[in-house]
Design a protein around this ligand. Structure first.
Ligand SMILES: [Zn+2]
Length: 406
């Protein structure tokens, strides 16, 4: 059986690898590189049978989670290939992603994978792990007498860290294909999601208007923000897009805040997303919770606003920057892309915890799992693995073929 990492041996994002035994071909993740500048045609992987409409010999694609650097190529792929993922990932990819990206996934053959599945001589077992995307999966792959474990993206310091801990119980792993996004970033402060909550609680305790940038799809961060609002008796103002994302998480737990809850208001802004939501009347549901900038101006200390291009633009016309407390709750690397950063920089507070495992947690994971061989993926520092994990490491190059002996 051959293992080929098509992309990801030496970069964060764009992950994709293949298992091929001559009879059955499986792909794991079909991601877009992080810096693709929207020119997706140039970053399509050269994989026979992946695109087009003809018969293909790729039997299945397994997606770990709903971040475009793991599933972004799905919009191009042959619709005859079945694609497997978790329930929440499928909701996000089918309903939310087309809305926010204007990319419509032609592929309709998406399947929810709750249990192990056997395809040819492979048995693939999904394991839910903790990451900044909800219901992310790692995959355990049994092929004859060999076992592979693909971590996808994971961390051990979120509220659902016990899920990643469960992965340590997988027995007799021959090849661990492991992400290492935070390898080489050891100097960053290693905050947990609980630290984020505590810092947000303090930050929202202000007479200023609070404005916060975070990802709608980072459910744990959303819960931290909402809890910190409740403790400070503040109302969280969301855009319709975020309300829609939250509705898609409803199945996951009854504890996920929804637009009609107390302490949530909705700011209606003219955007392509609102237009789309208006088409099937989803948008009108949110009307009962509508709030205007004028209402916010009357009592700014009462509100925490989720940053939205139109809302923030309007807010900056009505408020002086020093009247705003601006919290940036994403990875600092994205800060340059942030549209309001320059104006709000003097007010900026960075409160964030990484979506990826810290080095020490990865070391503990490897120690407990004790795989025979580690294969680095989703990292900028694959060469550091050997020294860091004291385990045999196989550094592959993109597209290199590894023959896995049965
Ligand atoms: Zn991710």
């Amino acid at each position: 059986m051959q293992l080929i990492i098509h992309r990801g041996t030496n970069e964060i994002g764009g992950s994709c690898f293949e298992l091929n035994d001559g009879k059955t071909r499986l792909l794991f993740d079909v991601g877009l590189p992080l810096n693709n500048n929207d020119n997706t045609e140039n970053v399509k992987l050269d994989i026979k049978g992946l695109y087009g409409y003809e018969e293909t010999d790729i039997n299945a694609i397994f997606i770990t989670h709903a971040h475009p650097d793991h599933f972004g190529l799905l919009e191009f792929i042959n619709s005859k290939i079945p694609v497997y993922m978790s329930r929440v990932t499928s909701n996000l990819i089918k309903k939310v992603y087309p809305l926010t990206s204007n990319k419509y996934l032609k592929n309709s053959d998406i399947h929810v994978l709750d249990n192990p599945i056997t395809i040819g001589d492979y048995t693939i077992t999904p394991h839910i792990v903790d990451h900044s995307a909800p219901q992310s999966l790692a995959y355990e792959i049994q092929y004859k007498n060999k076992k592979l474990l693909y971590t996808g993206d994971l961390r051990f310091h979120g509220r659902k860290s016990y899920m990643s801990d469960n992965l340590k119980k997988v027995k007799d792993v021959d090849y661990l294909i492991m992400e290492g996004s935070n390898i080489g970033r050891e100097k960053q402060t290693q905050k947990s999601e609980n630290d984020v909550l505590q810092e947000l609680k303090c930050a929202f305790n202000t007479k200023k208007l609070s404005l916060i940038t975070f990802s709608s799809q980072n459910l744990e961060r959303f819960i931290s923000v909402f809890k910190a609002c409740l403790i400070n008796k503040k109302t969280l103002v969301l855009d319709p897009n975020t309300c829609y994302v939250l509705e898609n998480f409803k199945d996951l737990s009854k504890n996920i805040p929804q637009f009609n809850w107390n302490n949530i208001k909705v700011y209606f802004s003219p955007s392509s997303i609102s237009n789309e939501l208006a088409k099937d009347k989803t948008l009108y549901k949110y009307k009962s919770k509508k709030i205007s900038v004028e209402e916010i101006r009357k009592n700014p200390s009462k509100y925490v606003l989720k940053d939205n291009f139109y809302l923030t633009k309007k807010i900056l016309k009505k408020f002086k920057p020093e009247e705003i407390q601006y919290i940036y709750s994403l990875w600092k690397g994205y800060l340059e892309k942030s549209l309001h950063t320059d104006i709000l920089k003097p007010q900026l507070i960075h409160i964030h915890s990484s979506g990826h495992a810290y080095l020490e947690d990865l070391q503990n994971f490897v120690k407990e799992l004790s795989p025979k061989i580690i294969i680095p993926i989703h990292t900028q520092h694959p060469k550091k693995y050997e020294e860091l994990f004291k385990t045999e490491v196989l550094n592959l190059s993109d597209c290199e073929i590894l023959e896995v002996a049965e």
